[in-house]
Design a protein around this ligand. Structure first.
Ligand SMILES: [Zn+2]
Length: 313
């Protein structure tokens, strides 16, 4: 069904029912006491639709309690439409575009996008990347640093580390620096020791690579390595290029404080990509399942001392 015809994007009630069926496959889940399938929907004019009362603790709840949608004034159908637009656009979609397309204030659109990035963030990574006979490419990229539109302040570059399993998933991290002390623990905590690790020729990697079944490093100055079928870091470099094209094309306001959320958004889309057999609807459902337990307050999203700094590439 196209997004123009899907009632989930047009009607708040249809959107609520969609979320209920997605998040509560076994019946309503009480967010207060955890009881499943033992709540009754409150009827009548005194209640707005979608309010349930738990038969265990007798407290009331709706499907958005304890989610990133909680206490939002944005109708649920618009939330789902924003989410769909974000997960279906390979390079992302800017808060400005959402603001113009959906008639939300820019501030609401900006905040909504950040909440949805939080929904796309893997709270806990289920398994290690790589394994026997698998290759994981590790590389860092610098985000920001050029002061194209500002006269006085040059923001520091932020560093993103990405670990990409070939034909598999990516995990990205906002890291403070590129020392072995910083990179080593992140890589060893996320990559199976039986993996063949592929990196660039940075002197920090041989020590880290020694902990894996094999380690290859690419010397970018030697062209032969780049052409080799196995000996390359093209996968992670291609990932960086999607990330940078997206950030450069859509997000003119990426402050270092939010880099991890943009990384979560791009990681999510890559990990649910079409090449893995995942379509737009499945991708959106997966993201919508991530709204639970990640309630985000405005204060946590944007600290008062923080300016909405432009960090162009
Ligand atoms: Zn309860």
């Amino acid at each position: 069904m196209s997004i123009a015809d899907n009632p989930v994007f047009q009607d708040a009630e249809a959107a609520r029912e969609f979320l209920e069926s997605l998040l509560w496959p076994d019946g309503p889940v009480c967010p207060h006491c955890g009881l499943i399938g033992a709540a009754r929907q409150l009827q009548g004019k005194a209640h707005r639709p979608g309010v349930y009362k738990c038969k265990g603790c007798e407290k009331q709840f709706t499907v958005t309690v304890n989610t990133v949608f909680e206490r939002s004034h944005i109708p649920l159908n618009k939330w789902l439409l924003i989410l769909h637009l974000m997960v279906a656009s390979k390079k992302g979609i800017s808060a400005h575009q959402i603001h113009r397309m959906l008639g939300l204030t820019y501030k609401s659109a900006w905040f909504a996008c950040h909440r949805l990035r939080e929904a796309m963030r893997d709270g806990k990574f289920p398994a290690l990347l790589g394994g026997a006979n698998k290759v994981v490419e590790a590389d860092e990229t610098f985000v920001g640093g050029k002061a194209a539109n500002r006269k006085n302040y040059v923001p520091p570059k932020a560093v993103m580390l990405s670990l990409v399993e070939r034909d598999g998933s990516v995990r990205s991290f906002h890291i403070p620096d590129v020392t072995a002390e910083t990179l080593g623990p992140v890589i060893t905590a996320n990559v199976d020791k039986a993996t063949y690790l592929m990196t660039d020729g940075s002197p920090v990697y041989p020590g880290i690579g020694a902990g894996f079944s094999g380690h290859g490093s690419v010397n970018h100055s030697i062209e032969e390595y780049v052409r080799a079928a196995f000996w390359h870091t093209n996968t992670v470099e291609n990932y960086f290029s999607i990330f940078k094209r997206g950030i450069f094309g859509c997000y003119f306001h990426v402050s270092e404080a939010h880099l991890h959320r943009y990384a979560a958004e791009f990681d999510f889309r890559y990990n649910q990509r079409v090449a893995l057999g995942i379509d737009d609807d499945q991708r959106m459902a997966k993201a919508a399942k991530g709204i639970v337990g990640k309630r985000l307050t405005y204060r946590r999203t944007r600290r008062p001392e923080e300016t909405e700094a432009d960090i162009p590439f």
